[in-house]
Design a protein around this ligand. Structure first.
Ligand code: SF4
Ligand code: FES
Length: 378
Protein backbone atom coordinates (compact mmCIF):
# COMPACT_ATOMS: atom_id res chain seq x y z
CA UNK A 1 0.00 0.00 0.00
CA UNK A 2 1.56 3.28 -1.08
CA UNK A 3 -1.22 5.82 -0.54
CA UNK A 4 -0.11 9.44 -0.48
CA UNK A 5 -1.19 11.78 2.33
CA UNK A 6 -3.44 13.64 -0.19
CA UNK A 7 -5.16 10.41 -1.12
CA UNK A 8 -5.90 9.38 2.43
CA UNK A 9 -7.10 12.88 3.25
CA UNK A 10 -9.75 12.75 0.55
CA UNK A 11 -10.75 9.09 0.94
CA UNK A 12 -10.73 8.68 4.70
CA UNK A 13 -11.05 12.30 5.90
CA UNK A 14 -8.03 11.57 8.07
CA UNK A 15 -5.12 13.78 8.91
CA UNK A 16 -1.66 12.50 9.72
CA UNK A 17 -1.08 11.50 13.34
CA UNK A 18 0.39 14.32 15.41
CA UNK A 19 2.62 12.08 17.52
CA UNK A 20 4.16 8.65 17.64
CA UNK A 21 4.80 7.05 21.02
CA UNK A 22 7.74 4.69 20.68
CA UNK A 23 7.96 2.17 23.50
CA UNK A 24 11.64 1.45 22.87
CA UNK A 25 11.78 -1.28 25.52
CA UNK A 26 9.73 -2.69 28.37
CA UNK A 27 12.89 -3.10 30.46
CA UNK A 28 12.80 -0.79 33.48
CA UNK A 29 14.53 -0.70 36.86
CA UNK A 30 11.37 0.58 38.55
CA UNK A 31 8.22 -1.35 39.39
CA UNK A 32 5.54 1.37 39.63
CA UNK A 33 2.22 -0.24 40.62
CA UNK A 34 0.25 1.94 38.13
CA UNK A 35 2.45 1.13 35.12
CA UNK A 36 0.31 1.19 31.98
CA UNK A 37 2.42 -1.41 30.18
CA UNK A 38 0.81 -4.80 29.58
CA UNK A 39 1.07 -7.55 32.18
CA UNK A 40 3.02 -9.67 29.67
CA UNK A 41 6.09 -7.53 28.93
CA UNK A 42 8.07 -7.87 25.67
CA UNK A 43 11.46 -9.56 26.25
CA UNK A 44 14.70 -7.84 25.22
CA UNK A 45 15.55 -10.40 22.52
CA UNK A 46 12.35 -9.59 20.63
CA UNK A 47 12.85 -5.79 20.60
CA UNK A 48 13.10 -3.87 17.31
CA UNK A 49 16.65 -3.16 16.15
CA UNK A 50 18.14 0.31 15.69
CA UNK A 51 17.56 0.15 11.92
CA UNK A 52 13.92 -0.90 12.48
CA UNK A 53 13.36 2.17 14.64
CA UNK A 54 15.13 4.57 12.27
CA UNK A 55 12.98 3.25 9.40
CA UNK A 56 9.84 3.78 11.49
CA UNK A 57 10.79 7.37 12.35
CA UNK A 58 11.66 8.19 8.73
CA UNK A 59 8.27 6.86 7.62
CA UNK A 60 6.51 8.77 10.40
CA UNK A 61 8.19 12.04 9.43
CA UNK A 62 7.29 11.50 5.75
CA UNK A 63 3.67 10.91 6.73
CA UNK A 64 3.59 14.25 8.59
CA UNK A 65 4.05 13.17 12.21
CA UNK A 66 5.49 16.04 14.28
CA UNK A 67 6.42 14.55 17.66
CA UNK A 68 8.38 11.45 18.63
CA UNK A 69 7.76 10.49 22.25
CA UNK A 70 10.50 8.07 23.31
CA UNK A 71 9.23 5.95 26.14
CA UNK A 72 9.37 2.49 27.68
CA UNK A 73 9.86 0.88 30.16
CA UNK A 74 12.96 2.97 30.58
CA UNK A 75 14.21 4.18 27.17
CA UNK A 76 17.72 4.80 28.62
CA UNK A 77 18.03 1.00 28.90
CA UNK A 78 18.59 1.05 25.10
CA UNK A 79 22.28 1.52 24.30
CA UNK A 80 21.33 3.00 20.91
CA UNK A 81 19.20 5.81 22.39
CA UNK A 82 21.60 8.52 21.21
CA UNK A 83 21.55 7.16 17.64
CA UNK A 84 17.76 6.99 17.66
CA UNK A 85 17.47 10.59 18.89
CA UNK A 86 20.01 11.80 16.32
CA UNK A 87 18.00 10.12 13.56
CA UNK A 88 14.71 11.64 14.77
CA UNK A 89 16.33 15.08 14.80
CA UNK A 90 17.70 14.50 11.27
CA UNK A 91 14.28 13.71 9.86
CA UNK A 92 12.75 16.73 11.57
CA UNK A 93 10.83 15.14 14.44
CA UNK A 94 10.50 16.96 17.79
CA UNK A 95 11.90 14.48 20.30
CA UNK A 96 10.63 14.07 23.82
CA UNK A 97 12.31 11.61 26.21
CA UNK A 98 9.93 10.13 28.80
CA UNK A 99 12.22 8.75 31.49
CA UNK A 100 12.41 7.52 35.06
CA UNK A 101 15.92 9.01 35.10
CA UNK A 102 17.38 5.75 36.42
CA UNK A 103 20.25 4.67 34.19
CA UNK A 104 21.12 8.21 33.06
CA UNK A 105 24.42 9.89 33.94
CA UNK A 106 25.25 13.55 33.44
CA UNK A 107 27.50 12.64 30.49
CA UNK A 108 24.69 10.69 28.87
CA UNK A 109 22.18 13.52 29.35
CA UNK A 110 24.64 15.90 27.67
CA UNK A 111 25.20 13.39 24.86
CA UNK A 112 21.44 13.09 24.24
CA UNK A 113 21.12 16.89 24.18
CA UNK A 114 23.96 17.16 21.65
CA UNK A 115 22.29 14.47 19.52
CA UNK A 116 19.24 16.72 19.18
CA UNK A 117 16.91 15.86 22.06
CA UNK A 118 14.32 18.65 22.36
CA UNK A 119 12.62 17.97 25.70
CA UNK A 120 12.69 15.62 28.71
CA UNK A 121 9.84 14.38 30.89
CA UNK A 122 11.01 12.98 34.22
CA UNK A 123 8.72 10.95 36.46
CA UNK A 124 8.60 11.40 40.22
CA UNK A 125 6.66 9.04 42.46
CA UNK A 126 6.22 11.38 45.45
CA UNK A 127 7.78 14.46 47.10
CA UNK A 128 8.67 12.39 50.17
CA UNK A 129 11.80 10.28 49.56
CA UNK A 130 10.94 7.07 51.50
CA UNK A 131 7.44 6.99 50.05
CA UNK A 132 8.73 7.70 46.52
CA UNK A 133 11.24 4.84 46.75
CA UNK A 134 8.60 2.48 48.08
CA UNK A 135 6.14 3.31 45.27
CA UNK A 136 8.88 2.91 42.63
CA UNK A 137 10.11 -0.30 44.25
CA UNK A 138 13.68 1.02 44.09
CA UNK A 139 15.85 2.29 46.95
CA UNK A 140 17.56 5.59 46.19
CA UNK A 141 15.38 6.36 43.16
CA UNK A 142 14.17 9.71 44.54
CA UNK A 143 17.66 11.10 45.23
CA UNK A 144 18.79 9.98 41.79
CA UNK A 145 15.86 11.74 40.13
CA UNK A 146 16.70 15.04 41.83
CA UNK A 147 20.20 14.81 40.34
CA UNK A 148 18.87 13.89 36.88
CA UNK A 149 16.50 16.89 36.93
CA UNK A 150 19.48 19.15 37.56
CA UNK A 151 21.50 17.56 34.74
CA UNK A 152 18.56 18.02 32.33
CA UNK A 153 18.18 21.73 33.08
CA UNK A 154 21.99 22.26 33.08
CA UNK A 155 22.05 20.72 29.58
CA UNK A 156 19.61 23.46 28.53
CA UNK A 157 16.72 21.07 27.95
CA UNK A 158 13.17 22.06 28.90
CA UNK A 159 11.98 19.81 31.73
CA UNK A 160 8.52 18.46 32.52
CA UNK A 161 7.88 16.59 35.76
CA UNK A 162 5.29 13.79 35.61
CA UNK A 163 3.58 12.75 38.82
CA UNK A 164 0.91 10.05 39.05
CA UNK A 165 -1.46 10.60 41.97
CA UNK A 166 -2.96 7.81 44.07
CA UNK A 167 -3.80 6.90 47.65
CA UNK A 168 -0.20 6.85 48.93
CA UNK A 169 0.77 10.34 47.70
CA UNK A 170 -2.50 12.22 47.20
CA UNK A 171 -1.94 14.37 50.31
CA UNK A 172 1.24 15.71 48.71
CA UNK A 173 -0.12 16.61 45.25
CA UNK A 174 0.58 20.29 45.96
CA UNK A 175 4.06 19.49 47.31
CA UNK A 176 4.86 17.72 44.06
CA UNK A 177 3.93 20.85 42.10
CA UNK A 178 6.18 22.92 44.41
CA UNK A 179 8.99 20.39 43.98
CA UNK A 180 8.69 20.68 40.18
CA UNK A 181 9.07 24.47 40.49
CA UNK A 182 12.15 23.99 42.68
CA UNK A 183 13.65 21.61 40.11
CA UNK A 184 13.34 24.25 37.38
CA UNK A 185 10.60 22.46 35.42
CA UNK A 186 8.58 24.50 32.93
CA UNK A 187 5.65 22.13 33.15
CA UNK A 188 4.29 19.57 35.61
CA UNK A 189 1.73 16.92 34.84
CA UNK A 190 -0.38 15.92 37.84
CA UNK A 191 -2.34 12.92 36.63
CA UNK A 192 -4.61 10.82 38.79
CA UNK A 193 -4.07 7.10 38.17
CA UNK A 194 -5.71 5.51 35.16
CA UNK A 195 -6.71 1.91 35.82
CA UNK A 196 -5.23 -0.11 32.95
CA UNK A 197 -2.46 -2.70 32.91
CA UNK A 198 -0.74 -2.87 36.28
CA UNK A 199 -2.94 -0.02 37.50
CA UNK A 200 -5.99 -2.25 37.14
CA UNK A 201 -4.38 -5.12 39.07
CA UNK A 202 -3.45 -2.66 41.86
CA UNK A 203 -6.68 -0.63 41.75
CA UNK A 204 -7.77 -1.43 45.30
CA UNK A 205 -4.39 -0.28 46.68
CA UNK A 206 -4.25 2.84 44.50
CA UNK A 207 -7.70 4.40 44.48
CA UNK A 208 -8.17 7.32 46.89
CA UNK A 209 -11.49 8.19 48.49
CA UNK A 210 -13.73 10.83 46.91
CA UNK A 211 -12.93 13.27 49.73
CA UNK A 212 -9.17 12.79 49.27
CA UNK A 213 -9.55 13.29 45.52
CA UNK A 214 -11.66 16.45 45.96
CA UNK A 215 -9.16 18.02 48.39
CA UNK A 216 -6.22 17.28 46.06
CA UNK A 217 -8.07 18.56 42.97
CA UNK A 218 -8.94 21.83 44.73
CA UNK A 219 -5.33 22.33 45.85
CA UNK A 220 -3.87 21.72 42.39
CA UNK A 221 -6.47 23.96 40.72
CA UNK A 222 -5.61 26.74 43.20
CA UNK A 223 -1.90 26.29 42.45
CA UNK A 224 -2.66 26.52 38.73
CA UNK A 225 -3.88 30.08 39.32
CA UNK A 226 -1.25 31.02 41.91
CA UNK A 227 1.66 29.77 39.77
CA UNK A 228 0.47 31.06 36.37
CA UNK A 229 3.55 32.38 34.56
CA UNK A 230 5.86 30.32 36.82
CA UNK A 231 5.00 26.78 35.72
CA UNK A 232 2.36 25.19 33.49
CA UNK A 233 0.27 22.64 35.40
CA UNK A 234 -1.46 19.93 33.35
CA UNK A 235 -4.05 18.41 35.62
CA UNK A 236 -5.66 15.08 34.71
CA UNK A 237 -8.51 14.54 37.17
CA UNK A 238 -9.65 11.09 38.31
CA UNK A 239 -12.11 9.33 36.04
CA UNK A 240 -13.98 7.50 38.76
CA UNK A 241 -15.20 10.70 40.35
CA UNK A 242 -16.14 12.51 37.10
CA UNK A 243 -19.53 12.93 35.34
CA UNK A 244 -18.24 12.64 31.78
CA UNK A 245 -15.37 10.56 30.41
CA UNK A 246 -12.20 11.92 28.82
CA UNK A 247 -11.63 11.84 25.07
CA UNK A 248 -9.14 9.03 25.50
CA UNK A 249 -6.14 9.47 23.15
CA UNK A 250 -7.98 12.50 21.69
CA UNK A 251 -10.18 9.96 19.86
CA UNK A 252 -9.32 6.45 18.69
CA UNK A 253 -6.99 6.47 15.66
CA UNK A 254 -7.28 10.24 15.41
CA UNK A 255 -4.15 11.87 16.81
CA UNK A 256 -1.45 9.33 17.56
CA UNK A 257 -0.12 5.81 17.42
CA UNK A 258 1.95 3.66 19.76
CA UNK A 259 4.61 1.24 18.64
CA UNK A 260 5.48 -1.52 21.12
CA UNK A 261 9.07 -2.72 21.72
CA UNK A 262 8.49 -5.60 19.27
CA UNK A 263 6.89 -3.41 16.58
CA UNK A 264 3.17 -3.89 17.08
CA UNK A 265 1.18 -0.73 16.38
CA UNK A 266 -1.57 0.19 18.82
CA UNK A 267 -4.18 2.97 18.84
CA UNK A 268 -3.61 3.26 22.63
CA UNK A 269 -1.37 1.62 25.21
CA UNK A 270 -4.06 -0.77 26.47
CA UNK A 271 -5.57 -1.70 23.09
CA UNK A 272 -4.26 -5.26 23.30
CA UNK A 273 -6.75 -5.93 26.11
CA UNK A 274 -9.56 -5.69 23.53
CA UNK A 275 -10.15 -9.13 22.02
CA UNK A 276 -10.29 -9.75 18.27
CA UNK A 277 -8.48 -6.58 17.19
CA UNK A 278 -5.85 -7.17 14.50
CA UNK A 279 -2.65 -5.22 15.16
CA UNK A 280 -0.26 -4.76 12.26
CA UNK A 281 3.48 -4.58 12.82
CA UNK A 282 6.11 -2.17 11.54
CA UNK A 283 8.22 -5.22 10.68
CA UNK A 284 6.12 -5.80 7.56
CA UNK A 285 3.97 -2.69 6.99
CA UNK A 286 4.74 1.00 6.61
CA UNK A 287 3.51 3.52 9.17
CA UNK A 288 1.33 5.11 6.49
CA UNK A 289 -0.28 1.80 5.52
CA UNK A 290 -0.93 1.00 9.19
CA UNK A 291 -2.37 4.43 9.95
CA UNK A 292 -4.81 4.31 7.05
CA UNK A 293 -5.70 0.64 6.73
CA UNK A 294 -4.95 -1.27 9.93
CA UNK A 295 -8.12 -3.03 11.18
CA UNK A 296 -7.28 -2.07 14.78
CA UNK A 297 -7.04 1.65 13.95
CA UNK A 298 -10.27 1.56 11.98
CA UNK A 299 -12.23 -0.42 14.59
CA UNK A 300 -13.41 2.62 16.59
CA UNK A 301 -12.69 5.52 14.25
CA UNK A 302 -15.48 8.01 13.64
CA UNK A 303 -18.97 7.35 15.01
CA UNK A 304 -20.37 4.37 13.07
CA UNK A 305 -19.38 1.88 15.78
CA UNK A 306 -21.23 3.76 18.54
CA UNK A 307 -24.29 2.50 20.36
CA UNK A 308 -26.79 4.44 22.43
CA UNK A 309 -26.50 6.59 24.49
CA UNK A 310 -23.42 7.83 22.56
CA UNK A 311 -24.90 7.53 19.05
CA UNK A 312 -27.44 10.32 19.61
CA UNK A 313 -25.44 12.29 22.19
CA UNK A 314 -24.24 15.83 21.35
CA UNK A 315 -20.94 15.14 23.16
CA UNK A 316 -19.98 12.27 20.84
CA UNK A 317 -17.61 14.51 18.90
CA UNK A 318 -16.18 15.89 22.15
CA UNK A 319 -15.31 12.74 24.13
CA UNK A 320 -15.85 10.07 21.41
CA UNK A 321 -17.68 7.91 23.96
CA UNK A 322 -14.69 7.92 26.33
CA UNK A 323 -12.21 5.10 26.66
CA UNK A 324 -12.73 1.83 24.74
CA UNK A 325 -10.42 -0.10 27.05
CA UNK A 326 -12.23 1.08 30.17
CA UNK A 327 -15.59 0.26 28.56
CA UNK A 328 -14.31 -3.27 27.92
CA UNK A 329 -12.79 -3.70 31.38
CA UNK A 330 -15.96 -2.62 33.19
CA UNK A 331 -18.78 -3.79 30.90
CA UNK A 332 -17.16 -6.63 28.94
CA UNK A 333 -17.84 -4.83 25.63
CA UNK A 334 -15.57 -2.19 24.07
CA UNK A 335 -18.49 -0.73 22.05
CA UNK A 336 -20.36 0.44 25.14
CA UNK A 337 -20.16 4.04 26.40
CA UNK A 338 -17.36 4.48 28.91
CA UNK A 339 -19.15 3.75 32.24
CA UNK A 340 -17.53 6.88 33.72
CA UNK A 341 -20.29 8.72 31.85
CA UNK A 342 -23.33 9.26 34.07
CA UNK A 343 -25.52 8.52 31.01
CA UNK A 344 -24.08 5.02 30.63
CA UNK A 345 -26.43 2.19 31.72
CA UNK A 346 -23.34 0.70 33.43
CA UNK A 347 -22.48 3.82 35.43
CA UNK A 348 -23.47 2.07 38.69
CA UNK A 349 -20.31 -0.06 38.33
CA UNK A 350 -18.17 3.07 38.66
CA UNK A 351 -20.15 4.25 41.68
CA UNK A 352 -19.70 0.80 43.25
CA UNK A 353 -15.91 0.81 42.73
CA UNK A 354 -15.58 4.43 43.91
CA UNK A 355 -17.57 3.58 47.06
CA UNK A 356 -15.22 0.66 47.86
CA UNK A 357 -12.30 3.12 47.98
CA UNK A 358 -13.99 4.96 50.87
CA UNK A 359 -13.25 1.98 53.11
CA UNK A 360 -9.62 1.55 52.10
CA UNK A 361 -7.07 2.06 54.86
CA UNK A 362 -3.51 1.25 55.98
CA UNK A 363 -0.33 1.13 53.90
CA UNK A 364 -1.21 -0.13 50.42
CA UNK A 365 0.44 -3.39 49.31
CA UNK A 366 1.32 -3.45 45.64
CA UNK A 367 1.59 -6.10 43.00
CA UNK A 368 4.88 -4.90 41.41
CA UNK A 369 5.85 -5.27 37.75
CA UNK A 370 8.38 -8.04 37.31
CA UNK A 371 10.78 -6.72 34.67
CA UNK A 372 13.02 -4.72 36.99
CA UNK A 373 16.62 -4.94 38.04
CA UNK A 374 16.33 -4.82 41.83
CA UNK A 375 14.04 -6.00 44.60
CA UNK A 376 11.35 -3.59 45.83
CA UNK A 377 12.40 -1.18 48.59
CA UNK A 378 11.03 -2.02 52.05
FE1 SF4 B 1 -19.79 10.85 25.89
FE2 SF4 B 1 -21.34 8.76 25.19
FE3 SF4 B 1 -21.59 9.88 27.62
FE4 SF4 B 1 -22.42 11.21 25.42
S1 SF4 B 1 -23.27 9.30 26.23
S2 SF4 B 1 -21.25 12.07 27.13
S3 SF4 B 1 -20.84 10.56 23.91
S4 SF4 B 1 -19.78 8.78 26.80
FE1 FES C 1 -7.45 2.36 25.18
FE2 FES C 1 -8.46 4.52 26.40
S1 FES C 1 -6.75 3.31 27.01
S2 FES C 1 -8.99 3.72 24.45
Amino acid sequence: MTATPERFDSQKRLGAPVAILAELTHRCPLGCPYCSNPLALDPREDELSTSDWTRVFSQAATLGVLHANLSGGEPAARQDLTDIIAHCANVGLYTNLITSGIGLTQDRVNELARAGLDHAQLSIQDSDAPSADRIAGYKGAFARKLAVAEWITQAGLPLTINAVIHRANIFRAGDMVRLAVKLGARRVEIAHTQYYGWGLTNRAALMPSRTEAEVAIAEVEALKKALAGVIVIDHVIPDYHARYPKACMGGWGKRGLNVTPTGKTLPCHAAETIPDLEFWTVRDRSIEDIWINSPAFNAFRGEDWMREPCRSCPRKTVDYGGCRCQALALTGDAREADPVCHLSPHHDKIAEIAAQSEDAGGVPLYNYRRMKLREPAE
